[in-house]
Design a protein around this ligand. Structure first.
Ligand SMILES: [Zn+2]
Length: 456
């Protein structure tokens, strides 16, 4: 029965590949950039597009719920209350396409080159949402769906999901489910299906340093008035020691140690020095001494400057002591660090290290703790089996260096674990120019999703 359903659904997908692909292209053409205020009509258009598609598939109660910014889509296909319920998470918003001149083709006019489909959002994550929709259409058109499906697709992921927690709180019973499938992470390589069991958290800061009330002549005042740009550089340089460790007081206090067993598991992923050098196109790696690259990026916390501003940055020279300097600083956190503790720790560091000549302000712009599945989430075995049947290899289990705060929110508010996975690849150039989706992997992903949904 199951095997028969899989074959029928796969045959449907093959037969209907054209219209499904055309619809994906139409979705990718909508520039649903959540960060750009002038893209609001496009955001709405993308939400409507998905609501209409789910309606057409026979989903019920499909609606784009308004929030203070961009709507959240909910839609459901309930076959029986006795069946397990899978909540599919996705986001239809995309990163801004800038810098535009570095794109080989228009970011919102998808183009197929070799095995890749190039477009903003192709991999992160319209293509991933589309994979779940293709799998469900193929099943619904050819047999019965043995599970209940609920979709939650937000439009604010790329701006930090400001409306999501409230929405989860307010719609707990509507969203009740047994597990969340979140395909917003990816896999390690086209032949390495991957499930992510831990994510790093985030604490993001803006630090502003003020010196004189206005820019001053550096000849008339250099030597008596302190320079916020000099001080900011020194303060930032002091945030790491010679061993690549972060020097903020108590920064590592809550960090969970990596067991030997886990360390061995992680070493099997093949994410070695060469792997990162090739992907990042760098001559050598940096980081904390005493840990392997895969540990440093997944199981150890880090601190990075994400942006710097001070003084005169236009062409030519201008001899000033700037009035102001600013840095955006992010820390990536691991279990069991708390973003608020890290905020306190950075404050303490600044109190100690910024001289009295300079006034400073620090804002915590966003914060989310790390996420780790403590026990085997329900459904993981089904999902692993589906990946294995599709790729013919045992799926890898990895830690992800990035943050998916939604997984933490689902756990804390709905009380459910997430299967964090996806069919994007490390070189998909997400958030960068020339974002792309590897179509052969995408197709396999759809096959795996079909196998997963009918496996119950
Ligand atoms: Zn994403």
């Amino acid at each position: 029965m199951t095997q028969n359903s899989i074959e029928k659904a796969l045959a449907y997908y093959q037969m209907n590949y054209d219209h499904l692909h055309q619809e994906l292209l139409a979705l990718l053409r909508i520039p649903s950039v959540s960060a750009a205020s002038d893209r609001e009509p496009d955001i709405k258009k993308a939400a409507e597009f998905l609501v209409n598609k789910l309606d057409a598939l026979g989903f019920k109660n499909s609606k784009a719920y308004p929030t203070s910014r961009h709507p959240i889509i909910y839609s459901e296909y309930i076959t029986s209350p006795e069946k397990p319920t899978i909540l599919l998470y996705g986001h239809y918003d995309v990163q801004p396409p800038d810098p535009l001149d570095q794109w080989e083709t228009d970011p919102f006019e998808p183009q197929l080159r070799d095995d890749y489909l190039y477009a903003r959002g192709a991999s992160d994550m319209k293509g991933q949402i589309w994979a779940t929709i293709c799998a469900l259409e193929a099943i619904l058109q050819t047999s019965d769906l043995p599970v209940n499906i609920k979709f939650l697709i937000e439009g604010e992921e790329e701006i930090g999901s400001p409306s999501l927690d409230t929405f989860l709180e307010e719609h707990k019973s509507m969203l009740a489910c047994d597990l969340v499938l979140n395909p917003d992470a990816g896999m390690l390589a086209p032949d390495k299906p991957t499930i992510t069991y831990a994510l790093r958290g985030l604490a993001y800061f803006e630090l502003r340093l003020y010196g004189p009330a206005a820019d001053l002549h550096s000849g008339a005042f250099g030597g008596v008035v302190d320079n916020p740009a000099n001080v900011l550089s020194k303060v930032i340089a002091g945030m790491h020691d010679e061993q690549g460790r972060v020097t903020l007081p108590g920064f590592y206090d809550a960090v969970r140690t990596i067991s030997t067993e886990e360390s061995n598991e992680l070493s099997k992923l093949g994410m070695d020095e060469q792997f990162f050098k090739e992907i990042a196109h760098v001559p050598a790696l940096a980081g904390e001494e005493g840990f392997t690259p895969v540990e440093r990026v997944g199981a150890r916390p880090t601190l990075d400057v994400n942006g710097l501003y001070a003084g005169y940055i236009e062409k030519g020279a201008k001899t000033i002591i700037p009035a102001y300097a600013m840095a955006k600083i992010s820390t990536r956190l691991v279990p069991d660090q708390d973003p608020n503790d890290i905020h306190e720790s950075l404050k303490k560091y600044l109190e100690k290290n910024v001289p009295e000549t300079i006034r400073w302000e620090l804002d915590l712009m966003s914060g989310a703790p790390a996420y780790i599945t403590e026990v085997q989430a329900p459904g993981v075995e089904h999902f692993k089996a589906a990946l294995k049947a599709t790729w013919g290899v045992e799926p890898l289990k990895k830690r992800e260096g990035g943050s998916i705060p939604v997984a933490t929110a689902m756990k804390e508010i709905l009380g459910v674990d997430s299967i964090i996975t996806g069919f994007g690849l490390p070189d998909d150039q997400i958030h960068s120019p020339n974002e792309r989706l590897h179509m052969p992997t995408h197709k396999k992903g759809i096959e795996a999703l079909i196998r997963f949904f009918v496996s119950y």
